[in-house]
Design a protein around this ligand. Structure first.
Ligand SMILES: CC(C)(COP(=O)(O)OP(=O)(O)OC[C@H]1O[C@@H](n2cnc3c(N)ncnc32)[C@H](O)[C@@H]1OP(=O)(O)O)[C@@H](O)C(=O)NCCC(=O)NCCS
Length: 215
């Protein structure tokens, strides 16, 4: 794990991430980039053969889908997928052949709880928050996350969503790169203590977001 992190630091975006690592070690604070994009139809998204994008907005659709995959999803999405849908959220999956390759969840505005760090986010009624982006290790670096995000952005544009927001640890080189390369805006940030207490949130009010520490 440490070796992998050192590899990232040598790659693109690594120097910037190294500064945030140093802040974490020396000052005991952690920075998260707040990234966002307007929902828009993904007109040119073409998936490679055998790849399949699926979205779930209703419990009924979820209960008719393969239970083994839903169980696998649940291991990487914070709460049970059924609870996410009950709250008005949605689940987005990318399958390669019969296997789950990547997943993400979407929470709807106007308020959303972020688990790590523990924060409450206030946003607009038609805003959504992307959480738990995860590519299963066997499928990494094949463009799964990139395509899943693009597919979800397109899909959400047909579900009365105007904006999708996400937060990314500033030290997470692959994830920062994935959102940057996909054209997400990234000029806001939250900085918290390692215990999760919010310190500052520069640039967030300007884009209509309010963060506060959650108990
Ligand atoms: C971050 C993560 C989702 C990326 O998934 P992935 O399917 O491997 O990503 P993709 O193959 O779609 O890559 C998209 C872009 O991300 C960047 N990227 C992905 N992995 C990278 C790595 N190991 N190092 C540097 N950049 C990386 C690249 O810019 C890549 O685009 P490129 O291939 O055109 O250069 C995956 O590593 C993961 O699940 N990590 C653990 C969980 C996590 O950190 N989630 C994010 C929380 S916000």
């Amino acid at each position: 794990m440490l070796k992998e992190k050192l590899e990232f630091l040598r790659g693109p975006g690594g120097f910037r991430a190294a500064i945030y690592f140093a802040l974490k070690l020396l000052v005991r604070v952690e920075a998260f980039r707040i990234v966002w994009i307007l929902a828009q139809p993904s007109a040119f998204l073409k998936l490679p053969s055998g790849w399949r994008y699926l979205s779930f907005y209703t419990e009924e659709k979820l209960s008719n889908f393969r239970s083994d995959i839903i169980e696998q999803v649940a291991g990487q999405c914070g709460s049970k997928p059924e609870q996410l849908l009950k709250r008005g959220g949605s689940l987005h999956l990318l399958l390669i052949g019969d296997s789950l390759a990547a997943q993400l969840t979407i929470e709807r505005g106007p308020v959303c709880r972020i688990d790590s760090p523990p924060l409450h986010l206030g946003m607009g009624e038609t805003d959504t928050f992307l959480k738990y982006l995860y590519t299963w290790p066997a499928f990494r670096r094949q463009g799964a996350a990139k395509r899943l995000i693009a597919a979800a952005v397109g899909d959400l544009s047909t579900h009365n969503v105007q904006r999708i927001i996400a937060h990314v640890r500033a030290t997470n080189v692959p994830s920062v790169a994935a959102f940057e390369h996909a054209g997400w805006n990234n000029r806001a940030m939250v900085v918290c203590t390692l215990g999760g207490r919010l310190l500052i949130a520069p640039g967030t009010a300007r884009i209509g977001l309010s963060f506060r520490s959650a108990p």
